[in-house]
Write a protein that binds this ligand. Structure first.
Ligand code: IMP
Ligand code: MG
Length: 181
């Protein structure tokens, strides 16, 4: 898998050191408020496991699965399982955890839904933030690393559902990326 990378941006040790710092800040900021973490599946799954074990506070964890396709037209016999209801966030201090802030569309929609559902406070934590102008302004409160606007995989991030289990984060070789039809 590693051979498919053009270059490694962050190795495992670098990611873990940064998680120590992020976890310390989050633990300090939420020391007197009970935290509800909402993990955006699937890309955040490795981050959630590694980050939350560094936060020694009582907290609740919920997951949100957002489908990237719209409409439910599927051949009959094809079952679609996805979470349709929002976790109960009324009166709670919510921290949304996601892998990467790219266009901002995903996080802007999720944030809006959670605020409308009556959360007391909403913050966003992402491992990576791409440096670019975004169609929808989203401010992440906790950012692991800023990166250039290029396609990365590993540590939860996928290309066509592969590479999530790479322990590092790297730029995928351009030749392996199929142009969108
Ligand atoms: P958005 O464009 O900010 O809404 O990002 C939506 C989702 O696209 C992210 O949560 C990732 O799952 C995926 N994504 C965006 N950029 C990358 C990338 O460089 N590598 C892998 N997945 C990405
Ligand atoms: Mg993805």
């Amino acid at each position: 898998m590693q051979a498919d990378l053009d270059r490694i941006l962050f190795d495992e040790a670098t990611i873990h050191r940064r998680l120590d710092e992020l976890a310390a800040r989050i633990s300090h900021d939420y020391r007197d408020r009970e935290l509800t973490v909402i993990a955006v599946l699937t890309g955040s799954i490795i981050l959630v496991a590694d980050l939350l074990r560094r936060i020694p506070l009582p907290l609740k964890l919920d997951c949100l699965s957002v489908a990237s396709y719209h409409g439910d037209v599927k051949p009959s016999g094809d079952l679609i399982f996805r979470q349709v209801s929002l976790p109960d966030v009324a009166g709670r201090h919510v921290l949304i955890l996601d892998d990467i802030l790219d266009s901002g569309a995903t996080l802007a929609s999720i944030r809006e839904k959670i605020e409308t559902a009556g959360a007391l406070s909403v913050r966003v934590c992402v491992l990576l933030e791409k440096k670019k102008t975004r169609a929808r302004a989203v401010d992440a409160d906790y950012v692991g690393f800023e990166i250039a606007d290029e396609f990365v995989v590993g540590y939860g991030l996928d290309y066509m559902e592969r590479y999530r289990n790479l322990p590092c984060i790297g730029v995928l070789r351009k030749a392996l990326i199929t142009p969108a039809a």
